[in-house]
Design a protein around this ligand. Structure first.
Ligand SMILES: *[C@@H]1O[C@H](CO)[C@@H](O)[C@H](O)[C@H]1NC(C)=O
Ligand SMILES: *[C@@H]1O[C@H](CO)[C@@H](O)[C@H](O)[C@H]1NC(C)=O
Ligand SMILES: *[C@@H]1O[C@H](CO)[C@@H](O)[C@H](O)[C@H]1NC(C)=O
Ligand SMILES: *[C@@H]1O[C@H](CO)[C@@H](O)[C@H](O)[C@H]1NC(C)=O
Ligand SMILES: *[C@@H]1O[C@H](CO)[C@@H](O)[C@H](O)[C@H]1NC(C)=O
Ligand SMILES: *[C@@H]1O[C@H](CO)[C@@H](O)[C@H](O)[C@H]1NC(C)=O
Ligand SMILES: *[C@@H]1O[C@H](CO)[C@@H](O)[C@H](O)[C@H]1NC(C)=O
Length: 735
């Protein structure tokens, strides 16, 4: 019988398909950042496009026609993601277009974008300069769940300091095509906040908005017709998924993750580093999806229990990008998504052939007396108004120094507070080194070497492996013989809802993944030599097999072993290093196609699996109660995912990842290795020979790809900017 539920999904799918464009799909997101061109009095603008398309990543050919002033950004590692649906990819390009522009743009062979914008020249009365339309940060494709209301805050900026308002695009104004509003999407126009009410069937929906900038007017003054200065398009997609988890279970950003809407100021060749930390109690984070400027380097994604860590680095090179650049990111799990978070990079120094131009928002210079700011030469003017500080720094004047560095010339100057000696002041002073390289050697994403210690430098060459022993036996027998136990059991976290929604209604209440294949495997081999190493999903893994002989507990041949000690071992010799075991699963087969959890996100799945306390922090031992395990056969295999951790402050401890009240300071104050997935060989669950010994194979697997190591500390040195920019590595930041 076809479930009514499934049928309705099928029907919705069909309806969506029929309502959509005949053949070409809409994009999954689009923003256009518009910069008016002074050279044409604003009649033409530079339009910076960012669009999200379903995978395969569409080709960039066809976006720029011959003779057009147009530039595509072919990045070596496009922004992409696996969620929702089958995945997506970001494409970026820029083009000079009329200020009043409508066009249908084909992105690859299967995505079509209709773009409409109005940025007609508008000379501002307050500055005499051309008005700059609003910038909106493009988030990765949005996800929500049926019956789970959700807010989506759009991050907006305006370089003129205007008020930004968002509204639904209007088809009667030619702003969009086929863009009926959805009853379940509400919009707070003033706050640019979208609200999903939850009352929508599963499916993918498209949202077409316009962002407008308006001259800010004090609330006390009633202005009848405060007409927007410009309107630019913002397209979003929302995928609504079925889910059985609670609405509050989404991953949340913690620790050092930059706050929403933060602006980070970047100088040429300066490295701006962002550490991203997410906490996801219910489901492991699959990816941190990002949309940002071309060649934003992302690396070191790893999960440690419920924690997910990633680092992004922006090394500013010569570029034709807009002055203000958004970076938005989300954490995706199998069925959940964190709130999107966006930060902005502000490129405050421009290098030209004869001068450098510094433009700095005054808001970034709090508690600094602007009158005291000087360049190397005090005669070179630094001017400022209410909003911006400006300096044009000649390369052969203003005290600018030129230094030969390899094949290039590096010009440097410094903006700093110069205070009369007689004045005693507690106000902080500013020292801002400025540098331009001509000609610049472009430092590009993946080829750029990040100045951070490698995993090997921090932890040494390490090996991690599993051993299973009879209770009280094995290398840590000293501790396991008379064991002291510690529990990592959180009853609330045991029953995890990770099934796909379509199955959730049909699985048996035991959650047993063993249904239908409970046949006992053939008699096990007692000789490890006949054991083939476990197949790990990654082929780039090296294996080593060793043999450990253990003594069986009392019980005759054929009787089941009731308890085993699982040793998760490492040979790390750093005293302060700690082993963190995130997940362990067991299976009756070496390919782990059907498995059940022993430990998940650092918590044991039953209250009878206990950690044995030892004095050796770089290894862990768990006493497994086999009567509680799902394995019914006579053999089982164990696979664990582990990291090693070192805290940056000796007084701290690495986080206990099986707690609800995580100490985020411990999380971010720690350095982790990449995740190692290690598997055991076959483990006999029955006593098989009259001799009082069973043999267990131990397989060690090591990830071979540990190229870039992330640390979550800020203590690491930023080597990149040594010759060029900051002397004290301080990043100015403001809200
Ligand atoms: C994203 O891009 C990288 C590099 O091109 C690729 O290795 C990865 O498989 C892509 N991911 C998806 C989901 O397409
Ligand atoms: C302040 O200076 C900046 C930079 O020169 C300029 O863009 C802005 O329009 C000025 N603002 C006012 C209010 O004059
Ligand atoms: C750990 O084992 C690996 C692989 O056998 C070896 O290269 C490394 O030197 C060992 N480390 C220590 C600290 O013994
Ligand atoms: C299964 O789904 C149907 C339709 O959605 C629902 O009426 C029923 O209560 C569900 N059964 C269980 C056990 O959840
Ligand atoms: C289980 O074993 C029995 C007897 O050996 C056999 O008849 C049956 O087909 C097996 N079932 C499965 C699912 O392998
Ligand atoms: C087990 O291995 C040993 C030595 O490798 C060998 O002598 C013995 O015959 C083997 N036993 C079985 C049952 O294969
Ligand atoms: C373990 O859990 C079971 C059932 O969930 C309970 O009956 C038992 O008392 C618990 N044991 C301990 C030591 O907490």
């Amino acid at each position: 019988m076809l479930d009514r539920y499934k049928l309705s999904i099928l029907l919705q799918g069909l309806t969506l398909f029929l309502l959509g464009p005949a053949c070409e799909a809409s994009s999954l997101g689009l923003t256009v950042h518009v910069v008016p061109l002074d050279s044409t009095g604003g009649k033409t603008v530079r339009a910076h496009f960012s669009a999200i398309a379903p995978i395969p990543c569409p080709s960039l050919s066809g976006l720029c026609a011959v003779g057009e002033d147009c530039l595509v950004h072919p990045t070596s590692l496009p922004f992409n993601g696996t969620k929702p649906n089958s995945g997506w990819c970001v494409r970026q390009w820029q083009k000079t277009v009329p200020s009043n522009y409508k066009a249908t743009i084909s992105l690859g062979s299967s995505t079509e974008l209709y773009v409409s914008m109005n940025a007609e020249p508008n000379v501002r009365a307050n500055s005499g300069r051309l008005n700059q339309p609003a910038f909106v940060a493009l988030p990765p494709p949005l996800r929500a769940r049926v019956n789970c209301p959700h807010h989506f805050h759009l991050s907006v900026k305006d370089l003129d300091g205007d008020k930004v308002r968002c509204r639904f695009a209007r088809s009667d104004q030619g702003e969009c095509i086929d863009c009926a509003q959805h009853s379940f999407m509400e919009l707070n126009e003033e706050k640019c906040m979208l609200t999903f009410t939850g009352n929508a069937p599963a499916g993918q929906y498209f949202i077409y908005l316009m962002a407008e900038d308006l001259i800010p007017v004090p609330k006390t003054i009633q202005v009848k017709n405060n007409k927007p200065l410009s309107s630019v398009p913002v397209h979003l997609s929302l995928t609504v998924e079925e889910s059985t988890t609670r609405c509050s279970d989404e991953p949340v950003a913690i620790g050092e993750t930059p706050k929403e809407d933060t602006t980070l100021f970047s100088l040429p060749y300066q490295e701006v580093k962002l550490n991203i930390n997410f906490m996801s109690e219910l489901q492991s984070v699959l990816e941190v999806a990002v949309v940002g400027p071309p060649e934003l380097y992302r690396f070191g994604f790893k999960t440690v229990g419920p924690l997910a860590l990633m680092t992004m680095v922006w090394v500013r090179s010569e570029n034709k990008l807009a002055r203000l650049l958004p970076i938005c990111f989300v954490a995706n799990t199998e069925s959940l998504q964190s709130e999107p978070r966006c930060v902005w990079l502000y490129q405050m120094l421009k290098c030209e052939t004869t001068e450098m131009t510094l433009v700095l928002p005054v808001s970034s210079l709090t508690n600094i007396n602007l009158n005291e700011l000087q360049l190397n030469s005090p005669t070179c003017p630094v001017s400022y108004n209410n909003t911006h500080l400006t300096a044009r720094i000649s390369l052969n004047g203003c005290g600018t120094k030129a230094v030969h560095s390899g094949s290039e010339l590096v010009y440097t100057n410094t903006l700093q507070s110069v205070r009369p000696y007689t004045m005693v002041s507690r106000l902080p002073s500013l020292v801002l080194p400025l540098a331009c390289r001509i000609p610049g050697v472009q430092a590009k994403g993946p080829h750029y070497k990040i100045g951070m210690p490698s995993e090997k430098e921090t932890f040494g060459a390490i090996r991690v492996w599993l051993e299973l022993h009879m209770p009280g036996k094995g290398p840590l027998a000293k501790f396991t013989r008379i064991p002291e136990f510690r529990s990592h059991f959180l009853p609330g976290r045991v029953r995890r809802d990770v099934e796909s929604p379509s199955e959730s209604n049909s699985t048996s209440p035991t959650d047993s993944p063993f249904t239908g294949s409970n046949n006992i495997t053939s008699t096990i081999s007692t000789n490890s030599s006949s054991i083939s190493p476990t197949n790990s999903p990654s082929s780039s893994i090296t294996k080593r097999t060793t043999t450990v002989t253990t003594t069986a507990s009392s019980g005759g041949v054929g009787s089941r072993i009731r308890q085993l000690d699982l040793h998760v071992m490492s040979n790390c010799s750093i005293d302060r290093a700690e082993m963190i075991v995130s997940n362990c699963i067991e299976s009756e087969t070496s390919d782990f196609t059907v498995s059940s959890p022993i430990l998940d996100q650092g918590c044991t799945m039953s209250n009878s699996t206990l950690e044995i306390v030892t004095a050796k922090t770089t290894s862990k031992v768990y006493r497994l109660d086999l009567s509680n395990l799902e394995a019914q056969g006579s053999t089982m295999y164990v696979r664990c995912t582990v990291n090693l951790c070192i805290t940056t402050l000796p007084s701290q401890k690495c986080p206990d990842i099986c707690t609800r009240s995580f100490d985020t300071r411990a999380v971010v104050g720690s350095v982790y290795t990449s995740s190692y997935t290690i598997s055991s060989g076959p483990i006999s669950l029955v006593v098989t020979t009259a001799a009082p010994s069973t043999t267990t194979a131990v397989t060690t697997t090591k990830p071979t790809t540990t190229t870039a190591t992330t640390t979550t500390t800020t203590a690491t040195t930023a080597a990149a900017s040594q010759t060029t920019t900051t002397s004290h590595g301080k990043m100015l930041s403001s809200k």
